[in-house]
Write a protein that binds this ligand. Structure first.
Ligand SMILES: Nc1nc2c(c(=O)[nH]1)N[C@H]1C(S)=C(S)[C@@H](COP(=O)(O)OP(=O)(O)OC[C@H]3O[C@@H](n4cnc5c(=O)[nH]c(N)nc54)[C@H](O)[C@@H]3O)O[C@H]1N2
Ligand SMILES: Nc1nc2c(c(=O)[nH]1)N[C@H]1C(S)=C(S)[C@@H](COP(=O)(O)OP(=O)(O)OC[C@H]3O[C@@H](n4cnc5c(=O)[nH]c(N)nc54)[C@H](O)[C@@H]3O)O[C@H]1N2
Ligand SMILES: [Mo]
Length: 765
């Protein structure tokens, strides 16, 4: 039986025996269809589920898929749905309920011994609940009393900075705006969010290089590009609708290069789910021209190698570089060129784990393409040098002028369905002066100017007692954050923890001295307010903003919408506030009218958000307007970070399985990686296994060694031989978060190093 130091169980007792059988089928297709059907049956949603799914991502009406942030097809012709989006919607719509009777029957100490999957499987939360220490249970509380508890606790703090307000990327734009307004009116910028753990590096790198924190391309660019570089993303599981774009690109003759230590399912072939002929004939389309497997953390060296090859090529072929673009639009090229030319191939090969020939093959594809897109996700960002690597992606794009024109540019794959919108609408612990000035003027508040706390700093501040109140607006902070044992302790030290949630999760059981569970409407549900049914807007990975309108009857009559919960807390904490909190909630158009004044790019918000496909937030960098100090796109000349594991050590990346949504585990299977009934595992290279005398399913102890030398461990994990470079290993979050030391975050982005854990693996004695 596996164990870790957080005290939470990592496995269900009595589970079936693990299986491992490498997967040789195309991604999506019938495997996905079968999995969806099994899931709908389990959630008893065979009738309601498909009906809801028809209403998902619908032009002008219906609700936005609460799954990933991949955009909907702009032409609205293909209403693309995917296996994991269906699972995600169905998960929210379950018939199961967690009400007062459930909480009366189970103490928190008892629930703490349940697995995370078992907790969420209880269904939707129905009533606001308060932790009662005498009985160690959650007991019902009225909404008014709950708000008053939050309000009085916040009013009693010595400083507004003693509270921290977390957001998980599900929150709609209108609620987001109210939430940050509440925090800032109270007087703090303590607005940590899940982005601190996913794309902080991308935002900071692109801001510095291009003067925008976001990607510049849209789906139409994906349809026009000649070459796609897909780096550090498991698209078949985490952005499944990208499979369609990849297959269509391949069919049209575009080249696709996958850069990932693992050959993931999206790097092989797929059956396009909405293509009924392909489905019927089981006809798969390849989705890859070249797969490169760098070592974990080796992307920067690979990209620099590509730049070196391009610069060499340009000596005989001037077309390899877009010199005109470089001269007109960029700054820092000479210095960059010098750094690249001075880096020897031997170092690039060592740090990337790839041969010069492999790197040159990627550069050749890049140089042959008129237009290229680079797309990436956590494999790039959750590293010490995540910012440098994203900047290197931009460097390589700039060399050939792949910016500000059709079919070209940077295209990060964002995570949660509205994580990008959260940042746009003000969730930022380091807000800009311009943002705050405008907020101050429009909302007539005096926002604090000092930077606030991010995720890691919030945890540290809870530990030292500097933060006493934690509010989680969605998400599952306890499990999503690094260093589970340390984070659990931190949350337990709080005076009050407030979790606004749809389902029961670990963060309700790891709580402060006082604790509230505030249940909210999900995105699929009707949101009825004084002036009628409300819609809420979201922004996808490609900056498209559109309205999402729920259609289901709420899971319980006692649920409130997220805007209503925020307004309730705000009024209780700020009884004399001039902000019309209650008036805003009566009609979300009123919130949008204020947002239109306060936020850049949201002019005429109420009209434009109702256009059939919504609207796209303008991207100055796309128009070659760069809000950087030089007013040009800036090359970066950072040095390489040493990513080669020390003797006897492995670099471990933590990642998601196919059957999970972050901390929500749907099953213990990982279909595309061929695993069944097992999550407490580690994927290893065969040579590394042989060196340690290990074979399939042998049990090991995994010990991580932090920057400060401290050690953390898990026990009894099972080994799986996998096609992964020597010196590298992989396993699942959130189980392995116990290994991620709180102090191990990037000095460039403050992101925890979740893809870069230094570990020792030893057979269980
Ligand atoms: N179904 C589903 N969809 C999701 C989510 C989910 O949990 N389930 N989560 C959502 C969220 S919040 C996010 S942020 C995204 C996450 O989407 P991903 O970034 O795909 O998430 P991970 O599972 O962490 O996978 C990271 C990938 O990076 C690779 N990798 C690891 N280390 C390196 C490296 O050093 N270099 C390179 N090039 N690759 C590396 C791994 O092999 C893996 O393929 O997905 C979103 N979509
Ligand atoms: N080791 C390791 N750790 C990681 C990562 C990694 O790759 N490796 N990835 C990181 C990343 S990228 C992210 S984004 C975080 C994820 O961190 P979070 O966003 O905090 O976690 P989730 O698992 O997405 O949150 C799930 C919970 O959200 C609640 N919920 C669902 N829908 C709604 C809703 O509509 N409203 C509200 N209020 N609540 C809702 C439910 O109660 C559910 O239990 O994890 C991070 N942690
Ligand atoms: Mo994420």
């Amino acid at each position: 039986m596996s164990q870790d130091t957080s005290g939470r169980p990592t496995e269900d007792a009595g589970k079936r025996a693990p299986e491992f059988q490498p997967y040789h089928h195309p991604a999506a297709g019938w495997g996905a269809a079968k999995s969806v059907t099994r899931f709908l049956i389990r959630e008893r949603e065979l009738l309601e589920g498909p009906k809801a799914i028809q209403r998902m991502n619908h032009e002008g009406k219906g609700f936005d898929c609460p799954g990933c942030a991949w955009p909907d097809d702009l032409k609205g012709l293909r209403l693309d749905i995917c296996e994991n989006g269906i699972k995600h919607v169905t998960w929210e719509m379950t018939h199961k309920r967690v009400g007062p009777a459930f909480f009366a029957a189970h103490t928190v100490s008892e629930l703490a011994t349940w697995s995370d999957a078992a907790l969420e499987d209880q269904g939707r939360l129905t009533h606001p609940m308060r932790y009662d220490a005498d009985t160690d249970t959650y007991v019902p509380i009225s909404w008014q009393d709950a708000f008053e508890l939050v309000g009085s606790t916040l009013r009693g703090l010595d400083s507004p900075d003693q509270a921290s307000y977390y957001t998980s990327g599900r929150l709609g734009n209108e609620a987001t705006f109210l939430y940050q307004l509440m925090a800032r009116e109270l007087g703090t910028n303590n607005l940590p969010d899940c982005s601190n753990m996913c794309h902080e590096a991308s935002g900071r790198a692109m801001q510095a290089a291009l003067g925008t924190g976001k990607g510049t391309v849209d789906l139409e660019d994906w349809e026009k590009t000649d070459a796609l570089f897909i780096i550090g993303v498991n698209a078949a599981s985490n952005a499944p609708r990208m499979l369609t774009s990849l297959a269509e690109a391949y069919k049209r003759g575009a080249k696709i290069v996958h850069i990932n230590p693992l050959v993931e399912a999206a790097a092989t072939r797929t059956i396009i789910p909405h293509d009924f002929v392909d489905m019927a004939l089981n006809r798969a389309t390849p989705t890859s021209s070249l797969n490169l497997q760098p070592r974990i953390g080796g992307d920067m060296a690979l990209l620099r190698g590509m730049a070196k090859a391009i610069l060499a090529e340009s000596e005989t072929n001037p077309k390899a570089l877009d010199q005109e673009f470089i001269d007109r639009h960029t700054s820092g090229f000479a210095e960059y060129r010098a750094v690249v030319e001075a880096t020897p191939w031997a170092e690039l090969e060592l740090q990337s784990g790839l041969s010069r020939a492999e790197i040159e093959a990627a550069a050749r594809i890049y140089c042959d393409a008129d237009r290229a897109i680079f797309s990436w996700c956590l494999g790039v960002t959750q590293h010490e040098h995540g910012v440098d690597t994203v900047r290197e992606i931009v460097n390589v794009l700039l060399l050939r002028g792949n910016l500000g024109r059709e079919g070209a540019g940077p295209s990060p794959v964002r995570g949660h369905s509205n994580v990008q919108g959260n940042r746009t609408c003000g969730i930022d612990h380091r807000p800009s002066k311009e943002f705050l000035d405008r907020l101050a003027e429009v909302c007539e508040i005096d926002p604090p100017r000092e930077h606030g706390l991010d995720t890691v700093n919030t945890i540290e501040a809870m530990h030292t007692g500097d933060v006493k109140v934690f509010v989680g607006m969605g998400g599952n902070f306890a499990l999503a954050a690094p260093d589970s044992a340390y984070t659990f302790d931190a949350l337990r030290k709080c005076e009050l923890t407030v979790q606004v949630s749809t389902k029961l999760n670990r963060s309700h059981l790891v709580h402060g001295k006082q604790a509230l569970i505030l249940p909210c409407l999900g995105r699929t549900e009707k949101d009825q307010q004084a002036t009628g049914e409300q819609g809420t807007s979201v922004e996808d990975s490609m900056s498209m903003v559109h309205l999402s309108v729920g259609m289901k009857r709420p899971a319980s009559a006692h649920l409130l919408s997220e805007p209503a919960i925020i307004a309730g807390m705000a009024r209780a904490a700020l009884p004399d506030s001039a902000t019309p909190w209650e008036w805003y909630v009566e009609d979300y158009d009123r919130i949008r009218d204020t947002m239109a004044k306060a936020l850049e790019g949201f002019e005429d918000f109420n009209r434009r958000v109702r256009l059939p496909l919504g609207f796209r937030i303008k991207q100055p960098a796309r128009e070659l307007v760069f809000r950087t100090p030089s007013e040009r796109a800036e090359f970066s000349s950072a040095g390489l970070t040493d990513v080669v594991p020390g003797a006897g050590m492995l670099k471990l990346g933590t990642m998601r399985s196919h059957d999970q949504w972050n901390t929500t585990i749907y099953s213990d299977d990982d279909r595309y990686r061929g695993v069944r009934n097992l999550r407490t595992l580690i994927f290893m290279n065969q040579e590394d296994m042989a060196e340690r005398g290990l074979k399939l399913f042998d049990e090991v102890d995994i010990t991580s060694i932090a920057k400060d030398g401290s050690k953390r461990g898990v026990h009894g994990y099972k080994v799986i031989p996998y096609d992964i470079p020597q010196g590298c290993a992989a396993g699942y979050m959130p189980e392995l978060n116990v290994l991620c030391a709180i102090g191990d975050y990037s000095t460039q982005s403050d992101q925890p190093l979740m893809k870069n854990v230094n570990v020792v693996v030893t057979p269980v004695a």
